[in-house]
Design a protein. Structure first.
Lengths: 166, 105
């Protein structure tokens, strides 16, 4: 008899991997964007099962609320009819072999490696997380905000149709 | 009982699905989606370690802080990449990467 948490983990893992396979297999790019949403929500479930509640929330807000919308806008602004029947690159069999081989390598590494772990998973308190992020890692945090600002300004400059020299 | 190996194997699986997507797809938008999958695989691994590793709470919080930074950088990267794709589409009316061979000899 499996513990409920294990069953939930397998459900979240199935959503994650199934959504991921949907992204790389489907012929319709809008379905791929929606499959990506399923996969990322599965990842949020996995975060919850590791007691990372804050990051699960962030995952739902940022990926579900922002990134998928950005993808759908990108599909809307480029002509969507072109994307209804996607074809894969002709090197896809090599890609499949390479992906399976990489998984074999990683799985072998996981099984063979002994990590000193606790037997029971434990969460990190919100207060502790905030303290670490805003006190100990305050400078990297500010640099990250600067990076976001630069990236967004860069994106605006890039897509502006009549600005600058091409 | 959930163990660290569960998280690691899930992470490895999702990473390889993303790897296949990056190598096998032609559309730049789909390749971006596959990169998002790979970044999320890394996040699962970090979160798994943050929950299981034998260390003080302050050290385990670092794993979650790293995930915050990964998500931030992923968002910045996505905004720029979508802008480049829109620009590319406007100039070449295609976002298939094997047709963008301007700099290939």
């Amino acid at each position: 008899m499996l513990a409920p948490s294990v069953v939930l983990f397998y459900v979240a893992a199935a959503l994650t991997i199934g959504g991921g396979l949907g992204v790389v297999m489907t012929r319709n790019i809008v379905y791929a964007a929606l499959a990506l949403l399923v996969s990322l929500m599965g990842v949020a479930g996995v975060f919850l099962l590791a007691f990372a509640e804050f990051l699960a929330l962030v995952q739902v807000l940022i990926y579900g609320g922002a990134i998928i919308i950005v993808f759908l806008f990108a599909l809307m602004l480029t002509r969507i009819e072109d994307f209804a029947h996607l074809s894969d690159h002709r090197q896809w069999p090599i890609a499949a072999v390479l992906a399976v081989a990489t998984f074999g390598l990683l799985a072998a590494a996981v099984v063979e490696t002994n990590v000193r772990t606790e037997t029971e998973r434990q969460g990190v308190e919100f207060a502790r997380l905030g303290e670490t992020l805003f006190a100990e890692w305050a400078v990297p945090f500010e640099v990250a905000s600067l990076l976001l600002l630069v990236a967004l300004i860069g994106a605006v400059v890039l897509v502006r149709s009549d600005g600058g020299r091409d | 009982m959930i163990e660290l190996a569960h998280f690691q194997l899930l992470s490895a699986g999702l990473f390889c699905v993303g790897l296949y997507g990056v190598l096998a797809r032609r559309s730049a938008v789909l390749i971006l989606m596959s990169i998002e999958l790979m970044l999320n695989a890394v996040n699962i691994n970090l979160i798994g370690y943050a929950a299981f590793v034998k260390a003080t709470e302050a050290h385990r919080a670092l794993g979650q802080v790293l995930v915050v930074f990964v998500i931030t950088v992923a968002a910045a990267e996505l905004a720029l990449a979508i802008a480049i794709i829109l620009r590319l589409y406007r100039n070449r009316t295609s976002v298939n990467l094997d047709e963008i061979d301007l700099m290939k000899w």
